[in-house]
Design a protein around this ligand. Structure first.
Ligand SMILES: [Zn+2]
Length: 398
């Protein structure tokens, strides 16, 4: 408790994060590295957090995983703001409107504090804003549904700053099958999805294969003329059967493609124990739903009560590092990055990586595992920047 109190004093600016970061303490060296190099995070769900409950993230906030003081403390420079649209809205005017509204939120953050944040639409923007001491807010769209089958709409989103699109989310959409959706409607990508990849290449929008089915991944890699990214995925070898993560063959294909997998921190993405807990809880909750219905008091109270008797087994920094190591072992250090999913995975974040102030803990772990500073720089940011630059260069020629 005493340690927690000291932490609260130290983090007075951030309103005291109550998250338990265990015994993880970054050295001065790790903290310096986090400040010195550009940290790009592939996926942070701030816009949808604001959609659900507005809060001013240019100041310290209670709760949530991201705000300005904590981002500065963690050395975060370019978090991709996720323009997330739920799968249920596929290919509807509502999905397009919601995406525009979420982009408005990102613009509003910058409008409120132009001395702290800036929209980044290019690698050059990120590098210049880093020099200026501003936090860049590049944007990625999670779920291509708002495109609504229109290349004109795609161009509108490009003009507003969308620089990657996650082709699908939790259900098959008009572009691609989803790993979570057992109906394999398209057996990969839809005919429009295949055309969309060509057009995204031409415009300079990165292709994000997180969430899609394996078949869609292989088709995307085949069609794309430039490397693709996984903005927030982890490794299936740690979570067998969980198609949302990438298996070793896919990682090898991604390496050959020149792409980058940005590791999702969520405990159930990285840790088999956390994953098993989630599956068991889900099965039991489903039984309660079938017996009493979704509106019942029993169903509503189920998860909270379950957690009291069977606490969620959080993962930790070491497990996330194991995922990074595994990618490096398979395809080398040029193809891995970080895609925390902060503000997107609820309270399932690992001990030691509870919010955007904790990147130095990850850096410490990399130092402890004998990663060189040059390699750490790559996986913190320049791997993604390399892909983004290749995508820009291809588009400039077309
Ligand atoms: Zn996601």
């Amino acid at each position: 408790m005493k340690k927690m109190l000291a932490l609260c004093v130290a983090m007075a600016l951030s309103g005291c994060a109550t998250a338990d970061n265990g015994n993880y303490h970054a050295s001065e060296k790790a903290k310096n590295i986090a400040q010195k190099y550009i940290i790009v995070d592939g996926h942070i769900d701030v816009p949808y957090r604001l959609q659900e409950k507005w809060v001013d993230v240019t100041q310290a906030t209670q709760g949530g995983d991201f705000d300005y003081p904590r981002a500065v403390a963690g050395g975060l420079n370019a978090p991709f703001m996720s323009i997330y649209v739920p799968a249920s809205l596929d290919n509807s005017p509502e999905s397009t409107a919601l995406a525009h509204r979420l982009i408005d939120y990102v613009e509003a953050i910058v409008g409120r504090a132009p001395d702290k944040f800036a929209i980044a639409k290019s690698v050059a923007d990120v590098e210049q804003q880093f020099q200026q001491g501003l936090i860049s807010l590049p944007m990625g769209m999670e779920n291509g549904s708002p495109v609504q089958g229109s290349m004109d709409t795609l161009k509108q989103f490009y003009d507003r700053g969308i620089r990657y699109i996650t082709l699908a989310h939790s259900m098959s959409n008009h572009i691609s099958d989803s790993s979570y959706d057992l109906r394999r409607k398209w057996k990969g990508l839809s005919p429009f999805g295949k055309d969309l990849i060509v057009e995204m290449n031409n415009l300079g929008i990165m292709i994000d294969i997180s969430h899609v089915s394996d078949a869609a991944f292989y088709q995307a890699v085949e069609i794309s003329k430039v490397p693709v990214i996984a903005s927030h995925s982890s490794l299936r070898s740690f979570t067998p059967g969980f198609e949302r993560n990438m298996d070793d063959e896919m990682i090898k294909a991604l390496g050959k493609n020149g792409g980058v997998i940005m590791i999702n921190f969520g405990s159930t993405f990285v840790d088999p124990v956390s994953r098993a807990w989630r599956i068991e809880m889900g099965d039991k909750r489903k039984a309660v739903e079938e017996k009493f219905g979704r509106d019942s008091a029993q169903y509503q109270a189920f998860e909270k009560e379950y957690r009291e008797t069977s606490p969620f087994p959080f993962s930790n920094v070491e497990t996330v590092l194991d995922h990074i190591d595994h990618v490096v072992k398979l395809v080398g250090v040029d193809h891995v990055g970080i895609g925390s999913d902060y503000d997107g995975v609820g309270d399932s974040l690992p001990i030691g990586l509870k919010d955007v102030s904790t990147y130095p803990n990850l850096v410490q772990g990399l130092l402890d595992r004998n990663y060189s500073e040059a390699d750490i720089e790559k996986l913190l940011g320049t791997n993604l920047i390399r892909v983004w630059r290749e995508v820009e260069q291809y588009a400039a020629k077309n």
